[in-house]
Design a binder for this molecule. Structure first.
Ligand code: PMP
Length: 452
């Protein structure tokens, strides 16, 4: 590999690059890690360390690293037609084909795609278009969105407002008006003496209480991640989403599934909604849609919503220069082709996820782990001060960071949110990589525990 002057690059980075979701002063002192290469399940940093990426980049590299076909699809499209817009009554073939493919893959009658560059923009899109959907049906007052505290829906004004991260709301005057939040379903911390299934119903009924408090004629939609990712992989009990769906139907509140993490096989199903057996009216997508090889997001609308937008909505006053960018949609098509033709999602569900669940449960035996939760190819280990008690450390987040840094030293990338160690590997993992995860994670848990 070509020689890289790491110290100099770190210095330049500290001088000129503001990192998202970082304390930039602290990072500048420490120095950023520079990644230089990826192949299959692994990435390499500039110092030559080979790391098992158990987080798929940022929940996105579902196909694993280094698939040449995606680069070739991008190159072909760039050479043939690098760009054209979808504004001037035009479009391009890969964008049409991707819209068709998404209509086919997503559940029920989610048949209509609007393309964006990111998950955040997809959530901005649905906020505007769903409000417009109600407004053109003479219900402009039906404009409230209900999300969840600690939910994550992106970083734009609407995305961060729909999300319920207090730290994000503090910066920039959020949330924007007419967005409300209910408490998330997190049995570990909040379930008390209820069984998970009983608790799922209780947690879902918070939505009903909130709708009744605000008035059903004011509530446009409920938005949620099927599995809440960023806050710590909160996997709701199976009863939760069914009850949420029932409530949405009863009060004619649109159900929006933010599938930015859960989509494209993360749970072993193509979409998290299928894992929980629900049919949303609207879905947002990003990340796994291209396996992170190129930026792309999408909002999917069902026939009812799209029908109103098309036939009653007039001109759609919404769009990005790169809505349906041909290079991005060509790469997405190639990504989905490989996921389908190589049976990667099915294989994850039937072969790898069950083995991963087995070994993840073994990690759950470690004295530092209070809960090992997993759904398909996404999970978390909840680190606790006293095994057997569903209680957090007094100073939340310290042990999680320690464990994350120890894992990194041991050649394993796990993310930490507070003291939850998060797992979201590429779907192409084999049993060998699951075993490697187990060895490295157990060692890291041991070493972390030893320092406490
Ligand atoms: N929704 C969810 C559930 C996410 O996890 C994320 C990103 N982590 C987003 C939306 C925002 O996507 P992006 O970062 O592509 O804007």
């Amino acid at each position: 590999m070509e020689h890289i002057d790491i110290t100099r690059l770190q210095h330049l980075d500290a001088e000129h690059h503001l990192h998202p979701f970082n304390d930039n002063a602290a990072l500048a002192k420490k120095g950023t890690r520079i990644l230089v290469k990826g192949e299959g399940a692994y990435v390499w940093d500039a110092e030559g360390h080979k790391l098992l990426d158990a987080f798929a980049g940022l929940w996105c590299v579902n196909l694993g690293y280094g698939r040449r076909e995606l680069g070739e699809a991008a190159s072909r499209q760039m050479t043939q037609l690098a760009y054209y817009n979808s504004f001037f009554q035009c479009t391009v073939e890969p964008t049409i084909q991707l819209a068709v493919k998404l209509a086919e893959l997503t559940p029920a009658d989610l048949n209509h795609a609007f393309f964006t560059n990111s998950g955040s923009e997809a959530n901005d899109t649905i906020l505007r278009l769903v409000r417009h959907f109600w407004a053109v049906q003479d219900q402009p007052q039906k404009n409230i969105f209900i999300g969840r505290r600690n939910g994550y829906h992106g970083t734009t004004m609407a995305g961060a407002s729909l999300g319920g991260m207090a730290g994000m709301h503090k910066q920039g005057g959020l949330p924007i008006p007419d967005i409300h939040h209910i408490d998330p379903p997190f049995w570990f911390a909040d379930g008390g003496d209820l069984s998970p299934d009983e608790y799922g119903i209780v947690a879902a009924r918070r939505l009903e209480q909130k709708i009744l408090e605000l008035g059903p004629d004011r509530v446009a939609a409920f938005i949620g991640e099927p599995i809440m990712g960023a806050i710590g992989v909160y996997i709701p009990p199976m009863t939760y989403w069914k009850e949420i769906e029932r409530i949405c139907r009863q009060y004619d509140v649109l159900l929006v599934a933010d599938e930015v993490i859960c989509g494209f096989g993360r749970t072993g199903e193509w979409f998290g909604s299928q894992y929980f057996g629900i049919t949303p009216d609207v879905m947002t997508l990003a990340k796994g849609i291209t396996s992170g090889y190129i930026p792309l997001g999408a909002a999917m609308f069902n026939d009812r919503v799209a029908g109103v937008l098309k036939h009653q909505g007039g001109e759609l006053a919404h769009g990005c220069t790169y809505s349906g960018h041909p290079v991005c949609t060509a790469v997405a098509l190639e990504n989905i082709r490989i996921l389908q033709e190589e049976g990667i999602v099915d294989r994850a569900r039937t072969e790898i996820a069950p083995y991963l669940a087995e070994r993840w449960a073994e990690l759950g035996e470690h004295r530092l782990v209070g809960e090992a939760r997993i759904a398909g190819m996404v999970g978390a280990l909840e680190l606790v001060p006293r095994k057997g008690e569903r209680r957090f450390f007094d100073e939340r987040g310290h042990v999680g960071v320690l464990c994350r840094d120890t894992a990194l030293k041991n050649g394993l990338i796990l993310r930490a949110t507070y003291d939850s160690m998060l797992l979201s590997p590429p779907l192409i993992w084999t049993r060998e990589q699951v075993d490697e995860l187990f060895e490295k994670a157990w060692k890291s848990l041991d070493e972390t525990a030893a320092t406490l």
